[in-house]
Design a protein. Structure first.
Ligand code: MOS
Length: 697
């Protein structure tokens, strides 16, 4: 059994410990790291999507005053491992996607490096590229597994027979767009070699995972690589694994011995080199009786990966867990295209994967004339449909009910298009959310010095609040006020910690800190001596053998659609979450609000447009890749159910970084349907998809 902490500091609305430094501009980010005589590098990027570099002329770049080195595939040093093709930087002539690195210029200033990169002449032998995802492709394949290690396909019962026998069915195809993460701080690295040892100040979601990847590429013992990252200006998954620019910067630094080299990707470069969310094509079929009890769910997904490296988003996995239906089938098929490597983006899998089924559930509710909340409640499973295990806690129904109450759902006219206020059609929509509650291996050390407890762990704070909540957790485990505790993070010199990903950071690092604090108390008692110190760790949670662990949520959206222009507004977004005990309401609310805001952005604005002729994202900046801004947001509210999950970790928490985004886009589409009667199954929901059918003034 998990021994839960008595919450004293946990649950308090404490201010961010890093807040003042960030507001004052004194928090140092990767690119700003003060180093002596920094050099700067700028990449040369492929201007074709597939083919080979045949010739590179670096003469003009090398002649430029201030240029220190120019590296190409012909001159860059050979890496020890090219197993990860994304990180095999400048190791071959092959071009696998437009924007790939084909060179780098190192110079005294970033401006000179950029100018030098412009002067590098690259000739190619171009091959026909293929960047178009379609469910009709004859080369779709089933990956061996989907991320991180789920079965690619599952089948329980006979879904097709159950669908054929069902009195009511929904059979539709839904699509989600390609999306780019776009954290405010670009991907940035400062690299410095000292002989055969490398120090990287890198904007990353995990210093230890970054070290592991980079040391493998360069063939170094891990102790020879140090990664430091106290602050991150957002990542949303795109900094969860090191991308090619980290290796490029380290290669560049190797070419100028004794000098540190800096690189910050430009916003445009981030659209080729920092990962993205694959577009998805999702076929969903629901079969139900007239009371709305599901007999069958099928969820068949087509999505893309890159030709050089497989990334298999686990889009349909949600349909294995969310509703009770005896007959279930899920499949994933990939197209390997001449495109950049897809990667993690906030709730990879669950976020696009819940759009299709949650719109389908709304379609089923409309078909049956059953309230969409009631339909979901009728399909609430007693145990996890996939594993048969009990849920560690599952309060989705309470989220739906409390959300309905707070949002003012009662008395809603179910007929679409029934409510008009002036020139605006008004509708409301709801969707469920689910996200796994995970925990990973981490270690920590705690030392008592000068009357304070100092813990160290290689955790990361993406802006999420780790600097603040880890001392709260450690304090409760030690039984002291949180003011007496410091927790130092963001450095591989600290004990090994897992990535800030999968909403598992606080759960993983908190578990390690609690184990270490308890060991400290066991060994040194309540009155330790100065210098008393102990190591501790926490591994895989043994309770996963008996329990299925997920956070849940319900999002509610009010949409307003202008009868003439089709302009769509979402003045109200409200979510209620079952995420276990909330460690700090201030930072948690910010996570939930951020997740829902990002979901609204995905629903209404974001859309990476890949030009099939050239193979690049044409709207590759924030002027044309629209993310919602303050003016797009009205009243966004996050609420949560009080209480602790007794099985996930000693804090009783479940993870909050991603659940907020999961159902939001479906709730938006459902609200737009309720407002207008137009069912938009293809994200984003934009006015061109409504114009033909609007009534006009
Ligand atoms: Mo999050 S996409 O798991 O970093």
């Amino acid at each position: 059994m998990t021994e839960l902490l008595e919450p004293r500091a946990i649950g308090r609305d404490l201010v961010r410990r890093d807040g003042a430094d960030k507001v004052r501009g004194t928090a140092v980010y990767a690119y700003e790291t003060p180093v002596e005589r920094p050099a700067f590098c700028h990449p040369v990027q492929a201007t074709i999507a597939r083919g080979r570099v045949t010739r590179t002329d670096t003469t003009a770049a090398e002649a430029l005053d201030g240029v220190l080195a120019v590296l190409t595939p012909a001159t860059a040093e050979r890496l020890a491992s090219t197993e990860d093709a994304e990180l095999a930087v400048l190791q071959s002539d092959e071009v696998a996607f437009r924007g790939q690195f084909v060179g780098v210029v190192v110079a005294e200033t970033s401006e000179t490096a950029r100018r030098g990169a412009d002067l590098v002449r690259v000739e190619y032998s171009e091959e026909t590229h293929d960047v178009t995802l379609s469910p009709e492709r004859d080369d779709l394949y089933a990956p061996e597994k989907v991320n991180p290690a789920f079965p690619t396909d599952t089948a329980d019962g006979d879904a097709d027979a159950a669908l054929a026998a069902a009195p009511v069915t929904v059979r539709q195809t839904y699509t989600t767009a390609m999306y780019h993460n776009n954290p405010l701080e670009p991907h940035a690295t400062t690299a410095l070699w000292d002989g055969a040892s490398l120090t990287l100040w890198d904007s990353t979601q995990g210093v230890h995972p970054a070290r592991g990847a980079v040391s493998a590429v360069f063939g170094l013992d891990e102790e020879r690589v140090r990664v430091i990252c106290p602050y991150v200006g957002g990542g949303f998954g795109s900094k969860g694994v090191p991308h090619a620019h980290v290796v490029l910067t380290a290669l560049a630094a190797r070419a100028v011995p004794g000098r540190a080299v800096k690189l910050a990707l430009t916003r445009q470069q981030m659209f080729s080199l920092a990962g993205y969310r694959t577009p998805t094509i999702q076929r969903v079929q629901l079969g139900a009786d007239r009371e709305g009890r599901l007999s069958a769910i099928t969820h068949d997904v087509v999505e893309q990966t890159s030709r050089i490296k497989e990334f298999a988003e686990q889009t349909a996995v949600v349909s294995r867990h969310v509703y009770a239906a005896p007959h279930r089938r899920t499949t994933h098929r990939l197209a390997a295209l001449d495109v950049p490597v897809p990667s993690w983006m906030r709730a990879p899998g669950e976020c696009p994967g819940m759009f299709a089924p949650e719109v389908a559930m709304d379609e089923l509710a409309a078909e049956l004339g059953i309230d969409p909340i009631e339909l979901r409640i009728r399909n609430e499973p007693g145990t996890d449909p996939e594993s048969g295990k009990r849920f560690s806690s599952r309060r989705l129904v309470e989220c739906l009910r409390e959300g309905a109450e707070r949002f003012g759902w009662a008395g809603r006219d179910p007929r679409p298009g029934a409510v008009r206020e002036g020139d605006w059609l008004v509708g409301t929509g709801v969707a469920s959310s689910i996200y796994p509650a995970m925990r990973q291996r981490s270690k920590a050390v705690i030392r008592f010095e000068r009357g304070r407890y100092v813990a160290r762990i290689g955790a990361a704070d993406l802006g999420t609040g780790a600097w603040t909540v880890l001392p709260q957790i450690t304090a409760d485990a030690l039984g002291v006020p949180s003011e007496d505790v410091d927790v130092l993070i963001g450095d591989t010199a600290h004990p090994l910690a897992s990535v800030a990903g999968g909403s598992s950071g606080t759960s993983s690092w908190g578990s390690a800190l609690v184990a270490t604090a308890r060991a400290f108390r066991d060994k040194f008692g309540a009155d330790p001596d100065d210098g008393d110190e102990i190591d501790g760790s926490s591994g895989k949670n043994p309770e996963t053998a008996d329990y299925a662990m997920f956070a849940f949520g319900a999002q509610f959206v009010e949409a307003r659609v202008h009868v003439d222009t089709g302009e769509i507004r979402a003045p109200r977004v409200l979510g209620v979450f079952d995420a276990g005990r909330i460690v700090n309401p201030r930072t948690a609310r910010s996570q939930f609000l951020g997740g829902m805001t990002m979901g609204l952005s995905m629903a209404l604005e974001e859309n990476s447009l890949l030009d099939p002729r050239f193979g690049h994202v044409v709207n590759h900046d924030l002027a044309e890749y629209h993310v919602v801004v303050n003016a797009d947001i009205g009243d966004v509210q996050a609420h949560w159910l009080d209480g602790a999950d007794p099985h996930v970790n000693p804090m009783g928490s479940k993870g909050i970084g991603e659940i907020g985004i999961v159902g939001t886009a479906a709730a938006v589409s459902n609200a737009v349907f309720h407002a207008t009667g137009v069912r938009v199954r293809d994200l984003p929901v934009t006015l061109d998809k409504l114009l033909d059918v609007l009534p006009g003034a």
